[in-house]
Design a protein around this ligand. Sequence first.
Ligand code: NAP
Length: 314
Amino acid sequence: MEKPVAFVTSLDRETESRWLTRIGKLLPTENLLPFREMNTLERKAADIAVVANPDPVDVRSLSGLVWIHSLWAGVERLVAVLGPSAPPIVRLVDPELARAMAEAVLAWTHYLQRDMPAYRRQQSKRLWRQQPYRHPSTVTVGVLGLGTLGTVAAQRLVGAGFAVTGWSRSPKFMDSVVCLHGEDGLNELLRIADITVCLLPLTSDTKDLLHAGRLTRMRAGASLINFARGPVVVTEDLVRALDAGQLSHAVLDVFEHEPLSGDSPLWDHPSITVLPHISAPTDMESAARIIAQNIGAYRSTGLLPRTIDVESGY
Ligand code: NAP
């Protein structure tokens, strides 16, 4: 039997069927099947699974799996539910996603640099007051995470004239970006950044990374943009730092529990902008193309695309 590709998701039927049609069109010789429609033999024969928030029991029942392709770029939940014995996991690495994220980082960095939260507050009080203009070159933006998304965002910020410092796990070199790493590097970035942008994956090392101790190291009046994952920042500590005036504003696109519950105090906080996880939506067209390319390349070469390192969690 030819080896099917299992599609294992918790998406609604309509969205799942749109994904299947898109990827299927690009892989006309593949037998791409939704998990629930697969019989026992097909489940045994499948060597690749394309997944989106799958039930781990379904994935484990595919006994012949060689690798798994995630529809999403962030895979911390998948790694957590499948455990260390799971087949190799390939995450979505999509230039279109990186472009959209860099656009969002630039937009919300300008929002803070141009003092839009202050003008919003002034308007509600009918207050006509001009804030001093800050040229981008006088504003230091710290980018936590210089991976697929962080690198493109940092370059976009450099292009807009900001002074950019980045932080990653391993040492890096980038044109016009001061690259730091390690604990000392993080402390230095927090000390100098007017705006810190978080684009780190959620791992055991990055969970609660921005806690009270680190937030107090940020320069007085600095702002935070979290476009990565909610638990990288300790929310209560962030709220405390905002209430104390240590930090001036936070733009949050990600939360520990999503959707953010209606009774969360974050909605009404005057120094918090709440976004509903929209900074970089997956583009079905380009994501389907990349997934199809990865599957096609594996079929013709037998080589797996780049997989994530389960040990480090990303
Ligand atoms: P990536 O390519 O894996 O890059 C991760 C970066 O973080 C790398 O530079 C890595 O350092 C650094 N890093 C990881 N652990 C670290 C640690 N303990 N200390 C210091 N640096 C560390 O990931 P990506 O594609 O850029 O995506 C980042 C995250 O964005 C995803 O995991 C996801 O959670 C989030 N995301 C959010 C949205 C949204 O709409 N809000 C959309 C897509 C993705 P090295 O370079 O040294 O390895």
